[in-house]
Design a protein around this ligand. Sequence first.
Ligand code: MD3
Ligand code: FE
Length: 212
Amino acid sequence: MTGDLFGHAQRETIAEGAVLLRGRALPHDQALLDAIAGIEAISPFRHMTTPGGYRMSVAMTGCGTASWVSDRSGYRYACRDPETRQAWPAMPAVFRTLAGTAAAEAGFAAFDPDACLVNRYDPGTKLSLHQDKDERDLSQPVVSVSLGLPAVFQFGGPRRADRPRRVPLAHGDVVVWGGPARLAYHGVLVLKDGTHPLTGARRFNLTFRKAL
Ligand code: MD3
Ligand code: FE
């Protein structure tokens, strides 16, 4: 457990359905980073192509039964890594347990993710505003875990034109996005240069989903 004297993480409500558990992943940070190293040894980080033909600046890999992929033909969940043509690496126990307990702490019982997208941001990279809607059951939340360099997250509304709010996300922060927040537009501003003691000049983000 992490956070305050009472043994729970500091909880902030970003919006209805969006709960920020500051520092919730701190007790597990090195185990999570070690697990990322194990995943990338099997399925390396790569820059996917958008359906419009652009190279994404964020490097991605994944683990679990399926992971999110993008290419000229569209976005989807795939049970094999298109680069290796093998199954994605299994979801590490430390990932599954953290995602499930954080979701429960935010009010979503029995969250059992089958997919985890692992994003790597180098300085100068960003993720443009988008919705996550490729998952079958949108009543299930998404759980995100930030590691390494801090970033400014953009959190908008159900329409792209809704002006996004800026939320700083730091190493160890966990956010549970469900209910009315689930289809909100969101993105990450250009990552500033810096050095984090555990990750160097990088930010990693894990997003856990029930995809299938
Ligand atoms: C709000 N990742 O992988 S995590 C993504 O920091 C993605 O890498 C960002 O957006 C990152 O799709 C943001 C926060 C996040 C993830 C999923 C959401 C916020 C969300 C789904 C619905 C609403
Ligand atoms: Fe997203």
